[in-house]
Design a protein around this ligand. Sequence first.
Ligand code: ATP
Ligand code: MG
Length: 448
Amino acid sequence: MALKNEKLVVFANLEHEWVPCGQLTLEEQGPQLVASQFAYGVNYLKRANALEVDPVSLSIANRAAVSGQLLLPTASLPFFGGIRDCAPDAWGRRVIEAKRKVPPNSLPESDYLLDAGSERIGALDIRRQMTDAPSAGVSAVHDLAYLMEAADRIQEGLAIPERLEAIFLVGSGLGGARPKASIRDVDGVLWIAKFSNPNDAFDIPEIECATLLLAQKAGLHVPPVKTIMLGDRRIMLIRRFDRYWAREGEQNTTDFDVFDTVAGHQKVEHRMGFVSGLTLAACDEMDSKNKSYGDLAAAIRRYCHPGVIRSDSEELFKRMVFNILVSNDDDHLRNHGFVWDPCISGWRLSPLYDVLPRASIASERFLHLAIGNQGRLATIDNALSAAGSFMLPQKKACECISEVWRVTRQWKTYFDEFKVSAAEIEKISPAFRHIDDVSSPALRALLP
Ligand SMILES: Nc1ncnc2c1ncn2[C@@H]1O[C@H](COP(=O)(O)OP(=O)(O)OP(=O)(O)O)[C@@H](O)[C@H]1O
Ligand SMILES: [Mg+2]
C-alpha cells in the first residue's frame, strides 16, 4: 500500500474560542499510522494562555525552542500522545465505521481523527483546513432511548436507520470500549451516558456508579455520577470533567472542586485539555501492561503543576489501594487521566473514572499496572512497599490505606444506601476483598 501524507490542522479551545494551534502531518499506509510531525503556529505560541498538545512530546515550556520547529514524537513512537488522546478509541471507532459502513479498524488514522467531531474529549480539535468550522456540538438534549437503541445496533453490527443517526454526532468522539454517548441536560451540562449491553452478566451501570460513589466516600475525587432507568435498562451518567461552566469573565472556577461547579443558563462552557496516563508514560497501548503506578507517580512529579504534586501523588496511591480492595483490574493507562487546569496553568490528575469491580474466586489477584516490589500482585503489602514512589512516609501511607479500607469494608452498607439491589450486591460480592486476605498481620499492626 502506498504511503500517504495527510496534513491536518489542530485547533485549541482557549477561553471558549477555537484558535488554530498548529499543523499536524500524518504519514499513513492504509490503516497504519507510520509517522507524525507537528509544528506549533508561531502566532499561537505568542498567546499567554496557549495550551500544549501534550507535555511529553509537544511541551511549550520553552516556547522559543519550539517556535518554527518541526517536532517529532518522543521515544520514536509513530504518534503524539496528545493527538492520540483526541482520537476516538474502540467505541468511537465502531460508531464512525457504522456511519461510513466500513469494517472495524479499516480507516486511516486521519479519518478517525477528523470524524471524532469537535465535542471530543479535551480542548483540542482536528480539522482538515484552517478555514473549517467546528462540527456540530452536542446541542440538543437527545432522546436517550434512541441513543441506546442505536448503541445496541452498533454492538450487534446492524445498520443505523435515519431516525437513530444522532449517535453519529454524540458517540463518535468517545474513548473506551463500552457503548456510550455524550448528552446535554436541560441546564446545558455535558455528561457521558454509559449504556449497558444486553449480554452483561450483571448490571454494570449500577455497579460502576455505586463503586464510584464508594470511592468518593473514601475521599477520592469523583465527578458527579448517577444512574437513570430507561424501561428496564439502567444507564450511568457521569459529568464531563473536561468541561466547566463559568460566568463571562469569571476565572476562578477550576479549583479542583471545580467538578462540583454547577452549570447554569448564564454560564459559558469552557474546555480543559486532557491527556491520558498512556501519554504521560510515553508509551504505546501494548506497553501499558509493563508500566506501574510508580511510573504514573513519576509522571506526576515530572509534568504536573508543582502545587499539586504532593496531593495528586497521595490521591494516586489511594486509587491504587482502592483498586486492590475492589478488584478493579482494568486499571490500564488510558483509565488514568490528567487535565490542564487553567486556574493553576498546569496539569493535574483528573477525577476518577472507569472503576469496575471484577467478581473473582481467585485468592491471588493482579491489577493491570504493577504496584510495588511484588509486581502486579494485588496486596496491600505490595502497595505499601511502593509508598516512597508516591513521596509518602510509611506512617502517612498507612493512614491512606486505613482511610480507604474503613470505607470499602462497609461497601455493602453503602451499596444498600445507593439503592443497589440485593441480587446485584450478591453477584458482585466476590470482587470485594477483606484486608485480612490481602495483607500480612505485620502490615495490619502498622495501621492506625
Ligand atoms: N467524566 C468524564 N469526563 C471526561 N472524559 C471522560 C469521563 N469519563 C471517561 N472519560 C474519557 O472517556 C474515555 C472512555 O471512558 P471509560 O473509560 O469510562 O469507558 P469504558 O468504555 O468503560 O473504557 P474501557 O474500555 O477502559 O473499559 C476515558 O478513557 C476518558 O478518556
Ligand atoms: Mg476506560
